[in-house]
Structures are given as C-alpha cells and as structure tokens.
Design a protein around this ligand. Structure first.
Ligand SMILES: [Zn+2]
Length: 485
C-alpha cells in the first residue's frame, strides 16, 4: 500500500508559495468587503476556524493514530509544556501521525502533530519535549499567520485567499503532490514558510518553556545536533529539516542558550518509554520478531529504571499475536506493580477479552474508574469490555457519556455505532456514523445519514427533533467550512 509520508505543512505551504497565479478572489468577484479578509491580518477566531477545518481534513487523509493510551500520553506531555509557555491564546490539541519520517508540525488553532518516527528517534522525553516546545512556540508566536500576512502584503492575494488555498491544497492532494515536487526541486530554503528568525525565535521560546516545565534544556541542542549530524550528507533529509531548517548556527545557538539555564538532572520518564514501546510494538510497521528483537537489544543498553517498559513491549507483541498464555504472566506481573497504570490496564483488558474472561477486565476497570470516573482510557476500555460481554445497553450508556465528553474521538463513535447495530437501532447507528463523517468534513454524507435517521424516527418524537436540530447545525458548519476555502 502506498503510504503518504509528506509533511502536510510542507505540502500546503509549497502550494501557497506558488502564488503568482493565485486568483484574487474577493476583488475579481466584486464581493463586499467584510473587513477582516482585506485587513491583512487573521484574527485568533479565524485561526481557530482554519485549524478546525484542517483537523477534519487530516482525519480524512492522514494516518492519525487513534490510540487512547498514546493520546493520553502525548496530550499530557503537550499540556505540561503549554502550561509553561508564554503568549498562549489558543487551545492546543496534540496528536500522532503514523509515519516513520522524523517530523512534527503545527498549524492554526493550536493543532500540533507528532510523527511516530520522531518519537522513535528521540532518546528520552526531554528530547521529544524539545521538539514539541519548539512547535508550541511557532503557534504562540503566530509564525504561520505572520508569514501569511507577509505574503499577503507582497502579493495581490488577500490573507483569506491565502489561508483558503492551504485548505484547498489539502482538499486536492494531486495538486499538492505536483507542487511539492516542484518545490523540492527548487531551493527549499526559499520555499518554506518559516524564516530563520522564526526558527530561532521558536528555539528561544521553546527552551524557556522546557526549562519552566522541568525538562532538561540540553536535550534541544543534543537532539538537533544528532539530527544535523545524521542527515548532513543525506540526499533525502527528514521532512522536519525541510520545514524547520537546521543550520549549524541553530545547534550552536541552542547549546549556548541551554548553558544559561541551571543544570537539572531529570530522571528517565517511565511513561515516555512505555509509549515508545507501544509504538514499536504496534505502529512502527515492523514484523513482530523485529519488534521483539528491538526490545531485547535496547533493554541491554538501558537503565534498570526502565526495564519494565521492555517487558510491556514484548507482552504487547505477544498479545497482538494472540499468544495469550505468554502475554498473561508478564502483564499481570506488571499490573501488580502499578494498578493505576493505563498502559497496563489497556493491554490487560484486551488480554482478558481475548481469553474470553471479560468479567476480569470489568472488575479491574471498575476499580480504576472509582479513582478516575471519567478518564477516557478507562471509559473506552470499559465500554469495549461491556460490548464483549454482550451487555450492549450498558455499553451504550457508557459510550453516550464518553462521546458527550470526547466528541472529537472517532473511537467512541465507532463503538457506539457498533453497539446500536447490535441493538438493531438503525436510526441511532446512522447518527453515530454521521458524527464520524462530520469529523472528517464529509458534511453532505453526514447530513444525509441524519436525514435518514430522522425519517426512521417516530414522527414528532423527541429523537426526531434531536436529529433535525443536528441537521441544522451541520448545515451551518458545512457552509462555514466551505466559505473558508
Ligand atoms: Zn520550526
């Protein structure tokens, strides 16, 4: 299967920058000037709208890792950094893309993507955090918006047209591929969006954030230096170096800057290594035996403090191979060491379902839920286990609450639609599937599904009113979305 490996931002910016032929939409159509578009700046509200639109398109086109445990990890790491960043004006959303290329990128509305390849390449949590802190700074310092504002001044296009072209670039991947090829053939340094001064500013803010959040600031120059060394003579450097050029002076600058901070010894992050083990076992596109080999080899070089993370990795491989008898003693021993560890709980729940002992999973998860009643990892595993037990109506109640609290999580809607299928409630099944479609900007189909649901519902019922109200909302959202392009 062909795998998309391009950086979205590189792709979309390359298209934007081939601007000369850009139609000057607002002027040529003589549309009334609504103010914001022509003023040459993007409001934060507009940035958020563009961010939301991007995210919906990405869900449709990028191999996003919808893994509750990894999402929880990356979200908590990201928000620990955001809490220590300056000038935060947007909410932040962190997510992972399954892609071996080393890359991370940020776009409007505080959406920050981390490639699984970056995660694997980092050697500790501070290194991963240093790249994330850098991306967070691109957002808080509004580098993307500012670069578009600059372009809007230099070209006849309005800023709205520029931002819209980003959306179009994602909507029409064929155009994106052509533009990217042309751009890589040319001087990439001149084509990309972030300037050298943007990069240095992101490093400077990023390192301050790292320090405040209690990470090892020397991780930034270490990671950048290793990247620069490894790819100095490579004919195809990783996408991150294309969107964030890394000349030697950036490595030197961050090294000097790091020396101004007090040296702190940061203990190994156990969760980071568990997350890494999970990626190696499940998302690295390698054979089970290669993953096992990686765990064995890496364990030998690692500190005793993280030994258990390799056991976890091996257990996951065995679990996914359905070698339950081998996975069970490892996972149960790990669970005994830490009964609130979500990595362990999630794997053990799958194991018990696989062994056809779902009640064990229910008992274990109920206990954990007492301490954290609405935790997404626990709730979705709980619902999944109830479904395995054929306790479908109970599962629906859990999933309704889950999807209410986590409306952007596709996993919840998938399980909910499965549950309604089992119950034979076609209208609710259609409604849940419509929510997935809307999250992927497939507005018309989402509206169509809700229309069918409404027709199936009893005439004049509360349910029908709910479906109809949702149709109205989706129509408004669709029109707003279309207006952005
Ligand atoms: Zn950068």
């Amino acid at each position: 299967m062909f795998k998309r490996t391009r950086s979205l931002l590189a792709l979309s910016m390359a298209v934007t920058l081939s601007l000369p032929s850009m139609p000057v939409m607002a002027n040529s159509l003589n549309l009334p000037d609504i103010g914001t578009a022509a003023s040459g700046t993007l409001t934060i509200d507009q940035e958020n709208q563009y961010g939301d639109a991007y995210m919906r398109m990405l869900r449709n086109r990028a191999p996003i890792i919808n893994d509750p445990v990894l999402n929880e990890y990356i979200d908590s790491l990201g928000h620990r950094l955001v809490a220590n960043a300056d000038d935060v004006k947007t909410p932040f959303t962190f997510f992972m893309i399954r892609d071996r290329n080393i890359n991370a990128f940020a776009f409007f509305g505080g959406y920050v993507a981390i490639h699984s390849g970056l995660f694997l390449h980092a050697q500790n949590e501070s290194e991963l955090a240093s790249v994330m802190a850098h991306e967070i700074a691109h957002v808080t310092q509004r580098h993307l918006a500012r670069s578009m504002e600059d372009q809007a001044r230099r070209t006849p296009a309005t800023i709205a047209a520029l931002a819209g072209s980003l959306l179009l670039a994602i909507a029409a991947p064929e155009a994106g591929i052509a533009a990217l090829t042309a751009a890589t053939a040319g001087n990439m340094q001149g084509q990309i969006n972030y300037t050298r001064s943007n990069e240095k500013e992101a490093d400077r803010f990023g390192i301050a954030t790292l320090s405040k959040a209690g990470f090892d600031v020397s991780a930034m120059p270490t990671f950048f230096g290793r990247l620069a060394d490894e790819y100095r003579y490579a004919s195809t450097p990783p996408p991150m170096l294309l969107t964030h050029p890394l000349p030697q002076d950036r490595v030197t600058d961050t090294r000097l800057r790091a020396q101004n901070y007090p040296h702190v010894r940061v203990p190994e992050s156990f969760d980071y290594h568990l997350a890494k083990a999970r990626i190696v076992a499940r998302y690295a596109n390698i054979k089970p035996e290669s993953a096992l080999d990686w765990f064995n080899r890496t364990e030998k070089k690692s500190s005793p403090a993280i030994k258990a993370t390799f056991q976890y990795g091996r257990a996951l491989v065995l679990l996914d191979e359905r070698k339950f008898d081998q996975a069970q003693p490892i996972l149960e021993a790990l669970y005994k060491q830490d009964k609130n560890n979500h990595f362990y709980l999630d794997a053990l729940a799958d194991l018990y379902i696989g062994l056809d002992q779902p009640q064990k999973a229910v008992d274990m998860l109920s206990k954990a839920l007492e301490a954290a009643p609405s935790n997404p990892v626990l709730m979705i595993n709980y619902a999944n286990t109830l479904l395995a037990q054929e306790k479908t109506e109970q599962a629906v109640r859990v999933l309704q609450r889950y999807s209410h609290d986590n409306p952007n999580d596709i996993n919840g809607w998938h399980l909910l639609s499965d549950a309604y299928t089992k119950l034979g409630q076609s209208d609710e099944e259609l409604a849940a599937r419509a929510e997935i479609l809307a999250l992927k900007a497939n507005w018309n189909k989402a509206i169509q599904y809700y229309t069918q649901a409404s027709q199936l519902a009893e005439l004049g019922s509360l349910k029908q009113a709910r479906y109809d109200a949702r149709i109205d909302q989706l129509m408004i959202q669709r029109d707003r979305f279309m207006a952005l392009q």
